[in-house]
Design a protein around this ligand. Structure first.
Ligand SMILES: [Cu+2]
Length: 118
């Protein structure tokens, strides 16, 4: 009896077509290291609607990871890491950069987030 009820409860989930708006997002995990005035990696490739999970590690000086179009700005203190996630719901190429001005190296810290159509 119990199994029957469970099967009924799950049926609507199984019937959901792949690619539907409410489908569970794919989680993509990246580690970005800020060091020597650059980000490693300098390019991140994802697909639209991926849940992008990034751990930013500021190896020596404080650093941030900012993407204007996504209204994103996360900061890590020197020698620290911060983890955050966002939904890549806009297709295109977006610059990510360090928005801090605490040292001259911040200006050269740039990368590109590429969000491809699904
Ligand atoms: Cu910086």
């Amino acid at each position: 009896m119990r199994l029957t009820l469970l099967a009924c409860a799950l049926a609507p989930l199984v019937a959901t077509p792949l690619g539907a708006q409410d489908a569970a997002p794919t989680t993509r995990t990246f580690t970005v290291v800020a060091k020597d005035g650059r980000f490693e990696p300098e390019r991140i490739d994802v697909t639209r609607n991926d849940l992008v999970r990034i751990t930013l590690t500021a190896a020596e000086a404080p650093a941030s990871f900012a993407i204007d179009a996504y209204r994103l700005m996360k900061r890590a203190g020197a020698g620290e890491s911060v983890t955050f996630a966002f939904r890549a719901d806009q297709v295109g190429r977006f610059a990510y950069y360090c928005s801090l001005s605490s040292n001259v190296q911040c200006r050269t810290m740039k990368g590109t987030l590429v969000v491809a159509e699904r």
